[in-house]
Ligand binder design. Structure first.
Ligand code: PMT
Length: 417
């Protein structure tokens, strides 16, 4: 049996880190994507054991998986694996989750009927860990009533389906049957593991993301440089710790697996959505950049230059979203976290916002930096809390900033109701 690896790669806070994942690989041309899934899981710090069918080995050699995982893949049912007689039983027992990707039509039929005649179906039958399957086949095979009946049986037994996806198939046709992309498969797994083991399970966290757009006319708006990356990263970190994460977003970034996105544009729309979502939430993290002012009168039609010449726009002050969000919720007291984007006097300005906004702490960032702040993947922040504490964090990925924030949010949350 494969031994436990000595050191863990990956990031602290990643639910895949140190988890035992059994990756079942069955015989489809999309087996090549299982290689990337394996690599991503290993890089995330998961302990990956690959169980593969003889058919899968026609597409991809076991050597490839051995090289990526530094562990022996399980292929033959008759091969003795080092010091263990019943490899599938031991694999099944160790698994925190089993992902079969790709899962062929005949694999689904085997699973639905409880057949166990290769390493993948053997292990799937033996495990009590969450079982996720990512089907891959031609569209007509997927739509075949036999396959659909098997899918229904498996869903009723709690098997979780990831895809298949719409798009170009190996046959050259377009249809439903593509294997989900490796990056997304790993994210889906991450979400489900977070939900099982995370320290924020049972919590709902609302995060704002992106800059608001305040309409001047149907074409133009007053906006700012916030890309939404910071807010999405906080929400992903919350999701990975098991929270139900909701993003109130002004941007159209890809929706992270397991996260709910509420689309808004203006500060008034964001306020309405934040108030509504926070009525049943544990924490509000305002990472978005809300316009302090909006045009007093948005024109119904596009303003024409030849009709106006020089012009000025009257601005009205927007309400403060974080300060006006009711603190009492169905879940107890809402923990409010503010951000402060500053170009000068960072600490003094951020401290002033902390008290004004009723937040438990403020995440201050100097947005005049080019390697942090708006639009980039990293941030360098100082966290100032309402008891005078201060933590200067180094430049780090926004996802890691998200975890640093959540580490501090966790002890502030009201007891679970
Ligand atoms: O989105 P990215 O490109 O990833 O960039 C990230 C970021 C720089 C936008 C982010 O890290 C950040 O600093 N967000 C807050 C920006 C901001 O609006 O700061 P502010 O100092 O203007 O506002 C202070 C706080 O009050 C913020 O939490 C803001 O959301 C909130 N606010 C502001 C105005 C208003 N009317 N209502 C509010 O709730």
């Amino acid at each position: 049996m494969n031994a436990e690896p000595p050191a863990l790669p990956g990031r602290p806070g990643d639910p895949l880190r140190g988890r035992h994942i059994v990756l079942g690989v069955t015989g489809s041309i999309s087996c090549y994507k299982a290689i990337e899934v394996t690599s991503r899981l290993v890089q995330a710090g998961a302990i990956v054991d690959v169980a593969m069918t003889e058919h899968a080995a026609q597409f991809v050699r076991p050597l490839t998986f051995r090289s990526l995982t530094a562990r022996e893949p399980y292929l033959s049912m008759w091969e003795p694996y080092a010091d263990v007689g019943e490899a599938h039983v031991e694999l099944a027992r160790r698994a925190d989750a089993m992902l079969i990707a790709p899962a062929t039509a005949s694999t689904l039929a085997r699973l639905a009927n409880g057949l166990a005649d290769d390493q993948v179906s053997l292990t799937a039958l033996a495990t009590t860990a969450p079982l996720l399957v990512a089907p891959a086949m031609d569209g007509q095979m997927w739509e075949n009533p036999a396959t659909q009946a098997n899918v229904e049986i498996l869903k009723a037994r709690g098997v979780q389906f990831l895809g298949p996806m719409q798009g170009r198939l190996a046959s050259g046709r377009m249809g439903l049957g593509r294997l989900m992309e490796p990056e997304r498969l790993v994210e889906e797994l991450r979400w489900r593991l977070g939900r099982e083991h995370g320290d924020l399970v049972g919590r709902r966290i609302v995060v704002s993301a992106g800059g608001t757009r305040e309409a001047i006319d149907p074409v133009r708006y007053v906006g700012n440089r916030s890309s939404g990356k910071m807010g999405y990263a906080v929400a992903e970190a919350a999701r990975d710790r098991g929270a139900e994460a909701v993003i109130v977003s002004t941007v159209s970034l890809p929706v992270p697996a397991g996260v709910r996105v509420v689309a808004v544009e203006s500060a008034l729309q964001m306020m309405e959505a934040v108030h509504r979502e926070c009525a049943d939430a544990d924490a509000l993290i305002m990472a978005g950049a809300v316009a302090d002012y909006r045009p007093a009168d948005a024109a119904d039609q596009k303003i024409k230059r030849d009709k106006t010449g020089d012009m000025s726009i009257d601005l009205l002050e927007n309400p403060d979203i974080i300060a006006t969000t009711p603190i009492e919720t169905k879940r107890g007291r809402l923990t409010k976290i503010s951000f402060a984007a500053e170009t000068q006097d960072l600490i003094a300005n951020a401290k002033a916002k902390l008290t004004k906004k009723g937040a438990r702490f403020v995440v201050a960032n100097d947005v005049s930096a080019t390697d942090a702040g708006f639009g980039v993947d990293n941030n360098r922040v100082t966290i100032l809390d309402d008891e005078g504490g201060r933590a200067d964090l180094p430049l780090m990925p926004k996802y890691d900033v998200g975890h640093a924030i959540l580490d501090r949010v966790l002890p502030l949350l009201s007891p679970k109701k």
